[in-house]
Design a protein around this ligand. Sequence first.
Ligand code: NI
Length: 223
Amino acid sequence: MNDRLQKNFDRSSLIAQTESFVRSSMPGDRGSHDWEHIRRVRDLSLKIAENEAADLFVVEMAALLHDIADHKFTGGDTDAGPKKAAEFMKKIGLEKDQIEHVVGIINDVSFKGAGVISSPSSVEGQIVQDADRLDAMGAIGIARAFSYGGYRNRSLYDPDEVIELHKSFESYQKSTSSTVAHFYEKLFLLKDRMNTDTGRAMAEKRHAYMTDFIEQFINEWHI
Ligand code: NI
């Protein structure tokens, strides 16, 4: 096999191994952060990457591993995910610089609160962050928000609550606000935080859909 074909073959085998590792590590019953979220983020990432000069292998690996041990489900341990991902990539034989790049992206992509800006330095990281944010928006974003709210035992909406824009990751983690408040604390902010032009264009549409939904929701609530 020539070098190029061999490299492609090796890469698709590494991707397949990563897929099955992630599938078996993800909790299956959480509608907001399950394998299907990972699959969508991977597909969105590759779609955005079509318009960017990016290393597609790094993009796909980072998308697959980005939630491997999400801080929302590990009791706030933000190091667990990157560590687990690094160990896995070492085991299947990725090169050191690739491992470092992917781990850097995993560290950068998660949302840490309204006032905490974290933008990845590499284009690959920017793509995966955009894809992860897009999956929190639009119709899917709405469904995921209420699913996660149920998991956290949050109320749907509280007309009396004060919306808090969290300035630190700690206060964002401790938030007990309703799911509707979560739109103001996080989901409505995402549109202006996209990194790529493709991501931004997709975010505009999904944002408009969410604002229509919340307007209708609040109108129905106060009938
Ligand atoms: Ni995610």
